[in-house]
Design a protein around this ligand. Structure first.
Ligand code: 5GP
Ligand code: ZN
Length: 137
């Protein structure tokens, strides 16, 4: 897609600081890092989001994200990492081309996510939701 930012980066039309490339994907430094060393992994083929991608691409991107996260720990000294994708504006997606964020986490200066728990009233509520999800698989 000629008007897609990450398609243009993947095609080399817009410069990026590359970390890894193969036939199916590109990994490059995020221009607005949540933590220094933050990398994005994107497919070369345009998919708007993870839900719209194929199992093959999803699996490949996760495999590459894992390798990059391990390389960050080895090379940068990070103690852990977050691998996330945002789907939809409601989830914070701002670029409409599938990408995984690979965010290193360092001891003593960890980025804290706002991970508020909202408990179920009872396990029947969880079970009803589980049944709905199972029915849609
Ligand atoms: P989203 O909010 O869609 O999950 O994440 C989009 C990410 O793309 C953000 O972290 C943002 O900093 C990054 N980003 C946006 N524009 C550019 C760009 O032109 N170059 C690079 N390297 N990263 C970008
Ligand atoms: Zn695209």
């Amino acid at each position: 897609m000629s008007d897609c930012l990450f398609c243009r980066i993947a095609a080399g039309e817009i410069p990026s600081t590359k970390v890894y490339e193969d036939g199916k994907c590109l990994a490059f430094m995020d221009i607005g890092p949540v933590v220094q060393g933050h990398v994005l992994v994107v497919p070369k083929e345009h998919f708007a989001n993870l839900g719209g991608a194929t199992d093959e691409i999803a699996g490949h991107l996760i495999a590459v994200a894992r390798k990059i996260a391990v390389a960050q720990m080895k090379a940068l000294g990070s103690a852990g990492f977050n691998v996330i994708t945002n789907q939809g504006a409601v989830a914070g997606q701002t670029v409409g081309h599938l990408h995984f964020h690979v965010i290193p986490q360092f001891e003593g200066r960890a980025h804290k996510w706002n991970w508020d728990a909202h408990p179920y009233a009872d396990m029947a509520e969880a079970a009803a939701l589980a049944e709905k999800i199972r029915g849609a698989l």
